[in-house]
Design a protein around this ligand. Sequence first.
Ligand code: HGY
Ligand code: MN
Ligand code: MN
Length: 412
Amino acid sequence: MKINSSRLWDMVHELAGFTIPGKPWTRRSFSPIYNEGRQWLMKEMKACGLEVKMDAAANVIGRLEGKNPALPPIIIGSHTDTVTDGGRFDGIAGVLAGLEVARTLHDHSFQLDRPLEIVDFTAEEPSEYGLSTVGSRAWSGNLSEEMLTYTNTEGQTLGEAIAFAGGKPDEIAACLKKQRDIYLYLELHIEQGPVLLHEQADLGIVTGIVGIQRYKIIVDGKPNHAGTTPMHLRNDALAAASQMILALEEVASRTYEESVVGTAGVIANYPNGSNVVPGKVEFLLEIRSTSEKAIDEVSESFIKKAQNIASQRAVHVAHEDISRSQAITIDKDIQSLLHKAGSKVTDRLLELPSGAGHDANQMSLLAPVGMLFIPCKDGRSHCPEEWADQQDLAKGAQTLLNTVLEVGKPSK
Ligand code: HGY
Ligand code: MN
Ligand code: MN
C-alpha cells in the first residue's frame, strides 16, 4: 500500500495559500486565516471518509474507525499554525502526512484493528498569549485555569481566543485524557536543523525532545527627558534589559551536561519614544535543553545576574514563569518500530534529538510517542525560506503508513 505523493504535495501547497497576504507564510493561531485554514482541513478530512470534530480546546480531530472502535486509537498529530513570516512545512507536513495515511487506508478500504485519529493541535507555536502547545496541553492536563487568563497586548484572554477558534474554554477539563486513552502517538516533522542534510540522511528517528522553560522579564526604570537627564542620573530600563539579554547569552553559552540554548525573542519598550529615557521593558526569554538540570542551572544563574544588573542600575526586575515543558526521551522500542518502517523506504536513516519543541512533549505524558524527521532545505525553519523536498515528504509519509500498518494490523 503506497501513499499518493503528488496528492500530499498539492495539499501542502493548498494549505499554504491560507496566509496573511504579503506576509508569506503567516497563519497565526487564533487568527481568522487560521480558522479558514482549519475549515479547509476539516473539509479535506471529511472527503477522506473521516469523522471530524473539534474539541473544547479547538483541536481538530479526524477519526478513521477501526475494527474495534472501543480500542484506544493510534494518533498522528501536529499543528497548522505558523510563526509570523514562517514556513509551509513546520507542523503542516505532519498533519497532512497523517491525513494522507488515513486517506490511503480509506481508498484501499483497509480497516486497522483500532481507530486512527489525525489531529491538528491548537496553537503549537508560542501564541500572542505567550503559551505554546495549547491544544495538547489541554489533553495532558497542563492547560491551567490561570493560563486561560493570559492576555495578548489588546487585553484579550487565551480563553476568549480558544472560543474564537471554535473551542469551549469553560469545558477544557473535558479534554483531559487518561493514560489508557491513547495507544500510540506519532508525529512527522521537518527537522528544522541541518543535521540530516549534513549526514546525508533521508529520515530522522527522533531520540529525544528538548524541554523549554519560558519567562517574562519585567524591568521597571524611570521614564525621563532624554535631553536633560545626565547619564549618571538615569534609571534606563532598556539599557538594563539589553545587559540582561547579553547575560542570558553568556550564561547559555557555558558548558553543561547537555547542550543549552537561550533566546530573548520578544521585547516591548515603554513609552518607546526616541527622546524619552525608557521607563519600562518587558521581554520574553526561553531556555532549552534535553537536560532538565541544565535548564534549571541556566535559569538560576540568569535570574541572579539580572538581579545584580538591576541593583547596579537602580532599576527593578521581576520574572514571571510562563511555561515549562519537560524534556523527553523516546522509548527505544518505538525508535526501532520507526526504524523498521523507515528501512522499507530508505537505508539512509539517522537517530537524532530534537532542538525544537513539539506537541509530542505533551503527548509523551499520555502515551508512547514516536517522531520522524524529514530534511529541510539548508536546515532552515521559522522563515519564508523553509522548504522540504517532495520525495522526502513522501518517504516520511510512507514510513508513517508502514508504522501504522505494523502496529494496527487487524488480528487474524
Ligand atoms: O519553537 C519550537 O520549538 C517549535 O517550532 N514550536
Ligand atoms: Mn515551529
Ligand atoms: Mn512545529
